[in-house]
Design a protein around this ligand. Structure first.
Ligand SMILES: Nc1ncnc2c1ncn2[C@@H]1O[C@H](COP(=O)(O)OP(=O)(O)O)[C@@H](O)[C@H]1O
Ligand SMILES: [Mg+2]
Length: 508
C-alpha cells in the first residue's frame, strides 16, 4: 500500500487566514532552516504543500479537515506530516509534537504569533512605551559571533536556555564553564535560534577587556533611538583611555591605575549611561550577548574581583538583573560573577548554566576528523572530559602523528599539546592558595574532602581555604562528588596532567 498522494495544484491561498495572526514569513524561513538541518541539505526549501499544511495547522485544522480542503487522502497527509513538517517543528522547538493540536501553542511560545495575548509582567509594564517593531536586521550587530554551521548535541542545554529566555523572560543568563567547553559556540547557536524573537541584537566580545564606557557606547549606539550627540561625555572617557594607553606605551605608568582614574573621573556619567541603557532594554526587546566576561576580572586573586577600574561592570550586571525590563543579557564566562551567584538564588529572572562534557555528541567531532576506531571513541572523550576544543586539538595530533590510531595515541598517556595554552590562560588567573589546593588534589588518587585538604595545607586557615575552594568551583576547575557524609572534590584528568607537568607549587 502506498500513501503517495497524486501531484496536484495547491491553491496558493488555502488557509491564508493564518496570516492575520501569525508571522508566516518568519516561520517559513525558520522552518526552512530546520528542514535543512534535518535533511542535512542546504538546498532544501519548504514546499508550497508544506506551507499549506502549516497554515492549516495554525488555523487549528487537523489532518482530516486539511485533507477535505485539499481533496486529498487523510492517511497520506498524516504520513507527510510525520515525515516532514512535524520533524522540522521538532528541530526548531526542540520538542516533539505529540499531537497536531499542540503545534499552534508550541509555536506561539516561541513568539511566532502576532498580537499574542500572552501578557507577561514585563510586557504589561512596557507596552505603553512600545514602538512599532523594526526588523531585527536594522538593529543587529553580531559580526563577531562564531560560525556554528558545525555544531553537535547540546539539545538539553539549548532547550533550557530557550525556556528561560523565551518562556520565563529571564533578564540575565550566564553560560559558564572552562575554556574550550563550547560556551561561545553554544551562545552563538542559541542566538541563531532565537534572534527573531527580539527587536535588537548585539554581540560584544569582551576578551580584550574594553572599559564599561566603551561597551556602553556600543550598546547605546545600537539600541537607542536618541541622537547620538549626547554620548559625547562617554566618548570622552573612551578617547581619554585611548590616549592614556598610547601614553603608557611611551612612559612606564601603571595601566591599571590610569584606567582606574579614568573611570573615577565621573562615576555619575557611567551611572547615567547604565540608566539610559536600561531604558532601551525596557522600550525594546533586545538580546545582548557579552562573550568572555572573565576578561574584566583580575588575575592572581580569588575569582569575582574586578580589575581596577572595571568594578562598574559588577554594578551594571546587578542593575540588568534586578531592574524590570523586557530584554535579555546573555553572558559567557569561565568564572561565575558573584552578582549572578547572589541574584540567582533570590530571583527567577537570573539564571546560570554550567556547561559540562559534550558527551556522546563529541563522537561527531571524531568522525568529522576521520578517526575510524569507533570502539575507542568513549575512552578518548572521557580522557578529555568531553571538551570539544581539547578533542579537536588531539584528533589532529592523532591523525598527524599516530596514523589515525586512537589506541596508539592513548597508550602514551594523556597528551595536552596546544590545549595547554587554554589551560595556561586559566591557571594564570589563580591565587597562590588556589594552586596549592589544586596540587593537593592532583596528588590524591581519589576525590578528596575538605578535612583532608585542610590538613595538607594549614589547619588555621579554614575560612580562607573554603573561599579558595568556592573560587575554584566558580572557575569550573574542580568538580564536586557527593559522598555519604561530605562533599568531595575532584579534578578533570587534563587539569591534573597540566598541574603535575607544568605548574610549579607556589610559596605562600
Ligand atoms: N557543540 C559543539 N559542536 C561542535 N563543535 C563545538 C561545539 N562546542 C564547541 N565546539 C568547538 O570547540 C571549540 C571551542 O569552543 P568555544 O565555544 O570557543 O569554547 P569556549 O567559549 O567555552 O572557550 C571551537 O572550535 C568550537 O567550534
Ligand atoms: Mg569563548
Amino acid at each position: 500500500m502506498t500513501y503517495q498522494n497524486k501531484p496536484l495544484q495547491i491553491p496558493a491561498q488555502k488557509f491564508i487566514e493564518a496570516e492575520a495572526c501569525w508571522n508566516l514569513q518568519q516561520l517559513y524561513a525558520d522552518l526552512t532552516a530546520a528542514k535543512q538541518d534535518y535533511t542535512c541539505s542546504r538546498k532544501q526549501r519548504l514546499t508550497p504543500l508544506e506551507k499549506t499544511y502549516l497554515r492549516g495547522l495554525l488555523c487549528n485544522y487537523g489532518p482530516v479537515e486539511i485533507a477535505v480542503a485539499l481533496h486529498r487522502k487523510c492517511t497520506g497527509i498524516r504520513v507527510d506530516l510525520s515525515r516532514g513538517l512535524y520533524r522540522y517543528i521538532e528541530v526548531l522547538t526542540l520538542q516533539q509534537p505529540q499531537d497536531w493540536k499542540e503545534i499552534p501553542s508550541m509555536l506561539e511560545i516561541y513568539g511566532y504569533k502576532q498580537n499574542s495575548s500572552r501578557e507577561t509582567l514585563h510586557s504589561t509594564l512596557i507596552n505603553s512605551a512600545k514602538t512599532p517593531q523594526s526588523p531585527i536586521e536594522n538593529r543587529t550587530e553580531w559580526g563577531l559571533a562564531v560560525d556554528t554551521s558545525i555544531f553537535y548535541g547540546r539539545t538539553t542545554e539549548l532547550a533550557n536556555l530557550r525556556q528561560w529566555i523565551l518562556q520565563e523572560n529571564s533578564r540575565l543568563v550566564a553560560i559558564l564553564g572552562m575554556g574550550g567547553i563550547g560556551k561561545t559556540a553554544l551562545a552563538s547557536k542559541l542566538t541563531n535560534l532565537i534572534k527573531h524573537q527580539f527587536e535588537c541584537l548585539i554581540w560584544i566580545d569582551l576578551s580584550h577587556a574594553p572599559l564599561l564606557a566603551d561597551t556602553l557606547v556600543n550598546l547605546i549606539e545600537c539600541l537607542s533611538d536618541q541622537p547620538l550627540s549626547d554620548l559625547y561625555k562617554l566618548r570622552l572617557i573612551t578617547q581619554d583611555n585611548f590616549f592614556f594607553q598610547a601614553a603608557i606605551s611611551q612612559l612606564e605608568f601603571s595601566l591599571d591605575s590610569l584606567i582606574a582614574s579614568t573611570n573615577a573621573i565621573e562615576p555619575t556619567i557611567i551611572a547615567e549611561a547604565i540608566q539610559r541603557l536600561i531604558h532601551c532594554l525596557q522600550k525594546r526587546r533586545c538580546l545582548i550577548i557579552l562573550d568572555g566576561w572573565e576578561a574584566v576580572f583580575c588575575t592572581g586573586q580569588l575569582t569575582g574581583n574586578y580589575r581596577k577600574g572595571y568594578e562598574v561592570y559588577g554594578e551594571f550586571l546587578k542593575q540588568v538583573g534586578e531592574l524590570q525590563h523586557q530584554s535579555c543579557l546573555l553572558l559567557t564566562s569561565c568564572e561565575k560573577p558573584k552578582e549572578i551567584a547572589a541574584l540567582e538564588s533570590q530571583n527567577q529572572s537570573v539564571r546560570s548554566l554550567k556547561l559540562g562534557s559534550l558527551g556522546q555528541a563529541a563522537v561527531e567531532i571524531l568522525k568529522n576528523k576521520g578517526l575510524s576506531e569507533e570502539g575507542e571513541y568513549s575512552e578518548l572523550i572521557e580522557a578529555y572530559s568531553g571538551n570539544p576544543l581539547a578533542l579537536k586539538i588531539v584528533t589532529t595530533t592523532i591523525n598527524d602523528m599516530f596514523g589515525g590510531s586512537i589506541a596508539n595515541f592513548l597508550r602514551n598517556g594523556l597528551f595536552l599539546g596546544d590545549y595547554s595554552d587554554t589551560l595556561s590562560r586559566q591557571f594564570h588567573r589563580l591565587s597562590g592558595l588556589e594552586i596549592q589546593l589544586l596540587h593537593c588534589m592532583a596528588k590524591e588518587v581519589k576525590p578528596v574532602g575538605c578535612e583532608n585538604l585542610y590538613s595538607n595545607i594549614q589547619q588555621d586557615r579554614g575560612l580562607e581555604l573554603l573561599k579558595a575552594l568556592e573560587s575554584l568551583l566558580r572557575r569550573s576547575l574542580i568538580e564536586t562528588v557527593q559522598a555519604e557524609s561530605e562533599t568531595l572534590f575532584v579534578l578533570q584528568p587534563a587539569i591534573e596532567k597540566y598541574l603535575m607537568s607544568v605548574v610549579r607549587l607556589p610559596k605562600l
